[in-house]
Ligand binder design. Structure first.
Ligand code: FES
Length: 119
């Protein structure tokens, strides 16, 4: 079980953590190489991906086209493919070469084996 900074803040009676704060969502091994997993981060649904080269990416969990489950999408080192209608989205900035609305991307990194997403 992970404890976000906002949860920790609540436990200790401090004020709410502002937006743009890093949150631990789980361990790196919770996301198998080449796959994605959905998490809720401070009330926001995000999809976290670990690519086969070990790089991490995080996006909004629902596709901007029609709400497809992006954590179930196929990946390569440059794009994410939504499983519903196969629009692609670039990891670099969330834009879609196929013309779908851009995807929101979030900073994510590994810290002592934990996945940290900034929302
Ligand atoms: S819902 Fe993702 S491409 Fe249509």
């Amino acid at each position: 079980m992970s404890v976000t900074q906002r949860e920790a803040a609540g436990l200790f009676g401090t004020q709410a953590v502002p937006a743009g704060t890093p949150h631990v969502v789980g361990r790196v091994e919770d996301v198998p190489p080449g796959e994605g997993r959905a998490f809720v981060v401070d009330g926001v649904q995000v999809a976290v991906f670990r690519l086969r080269d070990g790089s991490l990416h995080a996006t909004q969990a629902a596709c901007p086209h029609a709400g497809g489950p992006l954590a179930d999408g196929q990946t390569d080192l440059t794009v994410l493919v939504c499983p519903l209608h196969l629009y692609t989205f670039r990891w670099t900035d969330g834009t879609s070469p196929g013309g779908a609305a851009p995807l929101r991307v979030y900073p994510v990194h590994e810290e002592s084996g934990q996945l940290v997403v900034t929302v």
